[in-house]
Write a protein that binds this ligand. Structure first.
Ligand code: C2E
Ligand code: MG
Ligand code: MG
Ligand code: MG
Length: 290
């Protein structure tokens, strides 16, 4: 598995392997101080439209933890721990705010506008009033809700909780869009798609990785794209690593692609120079656009 670009040393040798119990305890005890010390940052991964022009449409904000000795701890190690201890609440609030602040800043600099996607874990819906949190954050950062999307997982929806449904409806009413992350990975029923009407489905990267190796995976990807379009949802393919995958997804009319082929998650300044600046159209401040 490819590791993130800026990795110098990584504590866990096998990314798929879960952190050991001792390591999880150590992580749990270090999270609050690490946050105070500013050890967390966001990286941004581009999402491009799958078309001939291939415009940039969006970026996903992904949290990163770099310790003072410069080693990195993977989100797949610390996010589950933060969920277990409840620390995901302040950490997630910070990530949302930082992503909105950065996106508004890019808009103010005159870059082409993109949607920012922020992951919200199911635990945050238990611990926080996520709709209020989003509304306050948008007001504080002055980001127009149209430019924010949240990524949630199927697991949140299959619980079929009335409280979650209400919260998601209020989020939608703010003008924020909702995407289902890692679609197809869980064991959930599809029934929630008929009631929640998410704006987008993100096909889990496992399907994309195997779609050209296994005709059954190809069929699943094709069927997912058709189903999503029939339900008026957009489809994002996650983990697109090769031109061949891109071309296959284009033939299947997939809307948007995200993956190492077009860009890894990178710090804000690198995202700006690599993905925003090539298309740079400066709207002079004080003049009206168009
Ligand atoms: P996710 O939301 O499904 O994010 C996609 C993951 O796939 C990211 O892993 C990204 O770096 C990786 N990825 C993107 N393109 C490719 C590719 O082409 N090939 C491969 N092999 N991988 C690719 P990352 O950054 O390690 O994040 C892991 C998970 O941690 C995320 O999965 C998300 O569930 C969680 N996470 C990250 N940031 C946050 C956050 O701010 N809040 C919450 N609640 N969860 C977060
Ligand atoms: Mg995501
Ligand atoms: Mg995902
Ligand atoms: Mg995931």
């Amino acid at each position: 598995l490819a590791r993130q670009e800026h990795t110098s040393r990584v504590r866990n040798h096998h990314p798929k392997e879960e952190a050991s119990a001792a390591h999880r305890l150590e992580i749990a005890s270090r999270l609050p101080r690490a946050h105070q010390n500013g050890e967390f940052s966001l990286h941004y991964q581009p999402k491009y439209v799958v078309s001939d022009e291939r415009p940039l449409v969006s970026a996903e904000a992904l949290i990163r933890w770099q310790q003072p000795d410069e080693s990195w701890i993977s989100p797949s190690d610390f996010i589950p721990v933060a969920e277990a201890t409840g620390f995901i609440a302040p950490l997630g609030r910070w990530a949302l705010r930082e992503a909105c602040r950065q996106t508004k800043h890019w808009q103010d600099l005159g870059y082409p506008r993109i949607v920012i996607s922020v992951n919200i874990s199911p635990r945050q819906f238990e611990l926080d009033q996520v709709d209020h949190m989003i509304q306050e954050t948008l007001q504080e950062t002055r980001l127009d809700p149209h430019w924010l999307a949240i990524e949630i997982t199927e697991g949140l929806l299959v619980q079929n909780s009335a409280a979650v449904a209400e919260t998601l409806n209020r989020i939608r009413q703010l003008g924020v869009s909702i995407a289902i992350d890692d679609f197809g990975k869980g064991f959930s029923s599809l029934a929630y798609l008929g009631t929640f009407e998410p704006h987008a489905l993100k096909i889990d990267q496992a399907f994309i990785a195997d779609m050209l190796k296994n005709p059954k995976y190809y069929a699943i990807v094709a069927a997912t794209i058709n189903m999503a379009h029939d339900l008026d949802m957009n489809v994002v393919a996650e983990g697109v690593e090769t031109e061949a995958q891109w071309n296959a997804l284009e033939a299947l009319h997939c809307d948007v692609a995200q993956g190492y082929l077009r860009g890894r998650p990178v710090p804000a300044d690198v995202f700006e120079s690599t993905h925003l600046a090539p298309n740079r159209k400066i709207v002079p401040l004080g003049s009206s656009p168009k």
